[in-house]
Design a protein around this ligand. Structure first.
Ligand code: TTP
Ligand code: MG
Ligand code: MG
Length: 454
């Protein structure tokens, strides 16, 4: 019986997630994903150190995924292939087969959807599930996790790691803790104790600069952070300080966001100082169109309608809406439409806030990251998405945005611990886009920023 049939039979209630009591959230992440698919499909690679790299034997690329055998030699994602070769001369390097991983990703997501309709894919190999309403049918969180692990093993011949907790934050940390083939269950009420010994870099929103600032407070572990005086942190970090303390206690109200259920994807920006400068206004619209389109692609959605919101210095707010010539998940058409809608309304006014929202989702295209399409723009966008996946959302941005001092991409980070995001990850909540100096982990093949200037 599927979840949907169960609902029809009245045995599980979709609204049950809203009732009081802790939620049950799972975070599922495939183990050494690309490398495991290669080992699965090429038996001669099993048990061997395998690195999946951009161009296979091309020594200028970086490692996308390393098998657990290769990791023993220190090989990891985002490492230049030449470094990996040096560390592990016996490593077998295989080219990236994006279309294949995409197919496997879809198969796994389909399995997850059998256990709850509330599935939020967050990257090609991971997803959050809210199974609160499914417990009546399938058992508690741990039982559901075991059933999902078994189903993925039997039907897709891959292992996954699962974290089970009352919040996305804790479930995500849990799934990463006992890889590979891990299962970590954190019972409600035990979050703070579970998190306490872990380094603060595991918390969402703690990047290198927040971590450095926290060192002033002698904070090394999440427990150190949880023990701090809240008001001192608020004085030092503002609102971010309060949410840091909450997170250190495992508190995270973020719901599992089923992209199927999304009605719109939008961003708003309030200017530090009201402005009438058309250049600033248009760049801001571009930044927001970029953020919106990134989220659409991430959720596998295409929008048919664009809405802009304009609030002037006197707090008059207007919204203007228009259909796109065809449904899109690309920055360009969303930005153009937003510009056409906003320009006449902004003329001669000092603007306080701008917003861009995409809606009217028709065609659903799950996780289009590697979809085969040969138009040039799509390739550039895809390359940028891939770099963002590797190095965090601030690693790449359009040249036009670089000079603005705007908080560059408005996209949400997926909360990967900083050491796994690579060295280019920025503090998420700092609100300031800082440029970081290039390090040798930056792929030589990264598209130059100029490629994104239009
Ligand atoms: P991850 O889930 O971060 O890593 P993983 O699945 O390889 O290993 P783990 O067992 O620790 O989860 O990423 C999923 C896939 O995304 C990974 O197999 C390849 C791709 N990827 C890159 O291409 N570049 C990167 O820098 C990272 C981190 C991942
Ligand atoms: Mg993984
Ligand atoms: Mg992952």
């Amino acid at each position: 019986m599927t979840w949907h049939e169960a609902v029809d039979n009245g045995r599980a209630t979709p609204g049950a997630t809203e009732r009081a009591g802790p939620r049950t959230i799972l975070h599922v992440d495939l183990d050494a994903f690309f490398a495991s698919v290669e080992q699965r499909d090429h038996p001669e690679l099993r048990g061997k150190p395998v690195a999946v790299g951009l161009g296979g034997s091309n020594d200028r690329g970086v490692v996308s995924a390393a098998s657990y055998e290769a990791r023993k030699f220190g090989v990891h994602s985002a490492m230049p292939i030449r470094t990996a070769r040096r560390l592990c001369p016996d490593c077998i390097f295989v080219p990236v087969d994006g279309a294949r991983y995409q197919r496997v990703s879809r198969e796994v997501i389909a399995i997850l959807r059998r256990f709850t309709p509330l599935v939020e894919p967050v990257s090609i190999d991971e997803a959050f599930l809210d199974v609160t309403a499914s417990r009546a049918l399938f058992g508690d969180g741990e039982t559901i996790a075991r059933r999902i692990k078994a189903a993925v093993r039997e039907e897709v011949q891959l292992t996954i790691s699962v974290g089970v907790a009352a919040t996305k934050l804790v479930a995500k940390i849990g799934s990463d803790l006992r890889k590979p083939d891990g299962l970590v269950v954190v019972e409600p009420g035990t979050e703070a104790g579970f998190l306490a010994p872990l380094p603060i870099s595991r918390l969402w929103g703690v990047g290198p600069s927040t971590a450095a600032a926290l060192r002033d407070f002698k904070v090394v572990t999440i427990g150190d952070l949880a023990a701090l005086d809240r008001s001192a942190l608020v004085r030092r970090f503002g609102k971010h300080g309060a949410s840091l303390v909450d997170r250190a206690h495992g508190v995270d109200p973020d719901p599992v966001d089923d992209p199927d259920g999304a009605k719109s994807v939008g961003h708003e920006h309030t200017f530090d100082e009201d402005t009438a400068d058309p250049e600033v206004l248009e760049r801001t619209l571009l930044a927001m169109a970029e953020g919106v389109s990134g989220r659409l692609r991430h959720a596998g959605l295409k929008a048919g309608t664009v809405t802009v919101k304009i609030r002037d210095t006197a707090f008059n707010t207007i919204t203007r809406q228009r259909g796109l010539p065809e449904p899109s998940d690309l920055t360009e058409p969303i930005w153009r439409t937003a510009l056409e809608l906003a320009r006449p309304e902004m003329k001669g006014k000092k603007i306080r806030l701008l917003g861009v929202t995409a809606s009217g989702f028709g065609v659903k295209k799950q996780l289009g990251l590697f979809e085969v399409e040969d138009d040039r723009q799509r390739r550039v966008v895809r390359a940028a998405d891939e770099v963002r996946e590797r190095f965090g959302t601030r690693a790449i941005t359009r040249a036009r945005l670089l000079r603005t001092g705007l908080p560059a991409p408005f996209e949400r980070d997926l909360g990967t611990a900083v050491e796994r995001r690579g060295e280019h990850a920025e503090d998420l909540d700092s609100g300031v886009a800082r440029r970081r100096k290039r390090r040798d982990t930056q792929p030589d093949t990264a598209p130059s920023e100029d490629a994104f200037d239009e």
